[in-house]
Design a protein around this ligand. Structure first.
Ligand code: S3P
Length: 188
């Protein structure tokens, strides 16, 4: 866990003017794990949007998909994110499809700083293969599905304010790269 850097905390608040820092990227890119570490490093609170959606619905995301279908999940996701984005300085990890919703994307662009955690296919497939809870990956070959999602989503994820590679090295290094990018951000 990186040490909290009070200078950065002040700096991040100044540059973001209290805007949330929103992590986007494909399943397995490390949004929650890395987001938690980033939040600790800059002294902000961390919120995982998927957990908030599950709390709001009172059931697991896989059950929301299975019982109500993806459109209802996306609607809930949009409403929960709108609430979370209005709650001040927060590091917010979003589900991989959130940024793909035009209304969600517009809201994040308006109210937050977006950071895309980009990763290579092999790394993502390796990470998502460790658990079996993701509804979009339960029917079919994980590598094929992730490859399709990369093709569809990477050009849109590339609209993020900041892009950080999350394929290589331990999470601490990724957090350091994010912090370096945030320090650069206002002048870029
Ligand atoms: C999704 C990603 C998941 C979750 C849902 C849909 C997606 O979150 O929101 O299963 O569309 O990519 P993670 O990216 O945190 O796994």
């Amino acid at each position: 866990m990186p040490n909290q850097d009070p200078m950065l905390s002040t700096h991040a608040l100044t540059l973001a003017e209290g805007k949330p820092l929103v992590l986007i990227g494909l399943m397995g890119s490390g949004k929650s794990t890395i987001g938690r570490r980033l939040a600790a490093a800059i002294g902000w609170r961390f919120v995982d949007a998927d957990e908030e959606i599950e709390a709001a619905a009172g059931c697991a995301i896989s059950d929301i998909f299975a019982i109500y279908g993806e459109p209802i999940f996306r609607d809930l996701e949009q409403r929960v994110l709108a609430r979370l984005l209005s709650e001040g300085p927060t590091v917010l990890a979003t589900g991989g499809g959130a940024w793909m919703q035009p209304q969600v994307r517009a809201l994040i662009k308006e109210q937050a700083i977006s950071l895309w955690l980009r990763a290579e296919l092999e790394v993502l497939v390796d990470r998502v293969s460790r658990r079996d809870h993701r509804p979009l990956l339960k029917d079919g070959n994980k590598q094929d599905i992730m490859q399709r999602l990369m093709r569809e989503r990477y050009p849109i994820y590339a609209e993020a304010d900041i892009t950080v590679d999350s394929s290589n090295g331990p999470h601490e290094r990724v957090v350091e790269r994010m912090i370096a990018a945030l320090k650069e951000y206002p002048s870029s």
